[in-house]
Design a protein around this ligand. Structure first.
Ligand code: SF4
Ligand code: SF4
Length: 386
């Protein structure tokens, strides 16, 4: 379905905080199934949203290496937290995806049934700027790459993105190093900034026609200079609150020039090779294929599911895995994410969301590991080994 066109809509408008329900209702009226942040089992995750009461209002979060807690903020903020463990990857590139199934039709013959690729019209609501940047990276790999991914392409079509800039980054965030946050001007159909000082309200921008069609249907007022200054303050304070840093400029040659650095052994002594970091990462896309049959042998299913470069079987070729140590697997993950991804896709594979730090059960922090290699490397600019 084509995005509806509108004649005119305010480029930047102000929506009162009570207008969030009307925004969700308008998305539904225009045919979108809305998925956004909600509190489940003490964690903020993305799920289906029908009304504003399902948003984690007044909830904050405390994040650190291997640590995540939600908190009571003591205010009415709708978006007073940073990213949780789920990302848009779960919607666009699902953890399990049926590819095809087969049923017996007798005489040792089978009928093959292709999986349904139809996708509902979805609006992803409340995406942070780092999340929008991650979608742009996945687009580059899975939509515009040499071989577009069928599943991702189907889910990406007719998708509406509603971004919300960050006012309360977590202690594990480093988007300022990666140039992906805490604010953004691109990547979404609607971009919102929550303003808590004075009247609780949202500054809303609509960079696309689809976003403008939503905004035009809402009860808003034009933004004033004061509203724009309030946004600047939110973003400046958020950027000042970011504690972690990654020195991006030398990172490609630094990592590839230190493939035998002793720090890889040190990390391997702590790493459980659990793969959590790859599963929560909004850009990691490794998969495997699994076949199952029923016991009678009358039906079979083939599914694609997320895999991880930390799994021993992931690189099992011939008689054994080619990365048979945790040292080799962690090194592969970090050097791909931060260095060889640039060679492959002309972009870093990291957006600085901090999820791999928060959800690592032993608190391994890639910003610390890179800084340690940098600090102890005799020749950080040494050329990559072949
Ligand atoms: S590597 Fe870590 S910080 Fe970077 S995008 Fe992935 S999960 Fe986020
Ligand atoms: S770095 Fe942490 S999250 Fe990643 S595989 Fe090792 S223990 Fe698991």
């Amino acid at each position: 379905m084509d995005a509806p066109q509108v004649e005119a809509a305010p480029a930047t408008a102000v929506l009162p905080s009570e207008g969030v329900d009307a925004l969700l209702a308008e998305l539904a009226r225009q045919g979108y199934e809305v998925r956004g942040p909600t509190l489940r089992d003490g964690v903020i995750v993305h799920d289906v949203l029908d009304h504003a009461e399902q948003l984690p209002r007044g909830v904050g979060d405390l994040q650190g290496p291997g640590r995540y807690r939600t908190t009571e903020r003591g205010d009415d903020a709708y978006f007073g937290y940073a990213v949780g463990p789920t990302s848009a990857k779960r919607e666009l590139f699902p953890p399990r995806q049926p590819l095809w199934s087969a049923v017996s039709v007798g005489d040792a013959d089978f009928e093959i049934i292709e999986a349904d690729r139809a996708s509902p019209r979805v609006a992803l609501f409340g995406l942070r700027p780092c999340e929008l940047a991650a979608i742009a990276i996945q687009d580059r790999v899975l939509l515009h790459g040499a071989v577009p991914d069928e599943v991702y392409t189907a889910n990406r079509a007719d998708l509406l993105l509603v971004g919300v800039e960050c006012g309360d980054p977590a202690a594990t965030c480093f988007c300022t190093s990666m140039g992906t946050g805490p604010g953004t001007d691109r990547g979404a159909d609607l971009l919102m900034t929550e303003l808590l000082e004075g009247d609780h309200r949202f500054l809303v921008r609509a960079p696309t026609a689809a976003g403008a069609a939503i905004l035009a249907a809402l009860d808003t007022r034009p933004a004033t200079e004061e509203d724009l200054r309030a946004r600047d303050t939110v973003l400046r304070e958020a950027a000042e609150g970011i504690e972690r840093h990654l020195d991006v400029e030398p990172i490609h040659d630094l990592l590839l020039g230190n493939l035998e650095h002793p720090r890889w052994d040190d990390i391997a002594g702590r790493c459980l090779a659990c793969g959590n970091c790859t599963l929560v990462c909004p850009t990691c896309f490794c998969t495997t294929v699994e076949d199952t049959t029923d016991l009678a042998g009358t039906s079979a299913q083939r599914e694609r599911r997320w895999d991880s470069c930390f799994s021993l079987d992931f690189t099992h070729t011939g008689p054994a895995s080619v990365r048979n140590t945790t040292r080799a697997r962690y090194r592969q993950w970090l050097t791909h994410k931060l260095a060889t991804w640039i060679d492959q896709f002309d972009t870093s594979g990291c957006v600085g969301c901090g999820r791999c730090i928060t959800w690592c059960p032993v608190g391994i922090d890639l910003t610390v590991e890179v800084a340690t290699i940098q600090r102890t490397s005799e020749d950080p600019a040494a050329p990559a080994r072949s």
